[in-house]
Design a protein. Structure first.
Length: 117
């Protein structure tokens, strides 16, 4: 079993920045793909970003150019640097992990990000 624990959410004004962290523990495999999804109130869960174990990123269209995903394999931690935040970025952000080519195996509990206008 793998546990994912997010941190770093909060309230920020539009145009501001936040950095989310997700620490993995348990039977975590170093080559898991790690990433982030988000879910706004009343909407479906939306893909934000993935990063492979060698550091290749992939982003959802709505965050390209504003968000940066990175990881520290030694710490089993993935980060999401969010810049130029918009009110529409308000959502619960979930950390996720999966095997290469597979669907999500593990989810974190989520962390709230609120962007005020």
């Amino acid at each position: 079993q793998v546990q994912l624990v997010e941190s770093g959410g909060g309230l920020v004004e539009a145009g501001g920045s936040l950095r989310l962290s997700c620490a993995a523990s348990g039977n975590f495999l170093y080559n898991y793909v790690m990433g982030w999804f988000r879910q706004a109130s009343g909407k479906e869960r939306e893909f934000v970003a993935w990063i492979t174990w060698i550091g290749n990123p992939n982003y959802g269209d709505s965050v390209k150019g504003r968000f940066t995903i990175s990881r520290d394999n030694a710490k089993k931690t993935v980060y999401l640097q969010m810049n130029n935040l918009l009110p529409e970025d308000t959502a619960v952000y979930y950390c996720a992990a999966r095997r290469s080519g597979g669907s999500v195996d593990y989810w974190g509990q989520g962390t709230q990000v609120t962007v005020s206008s």
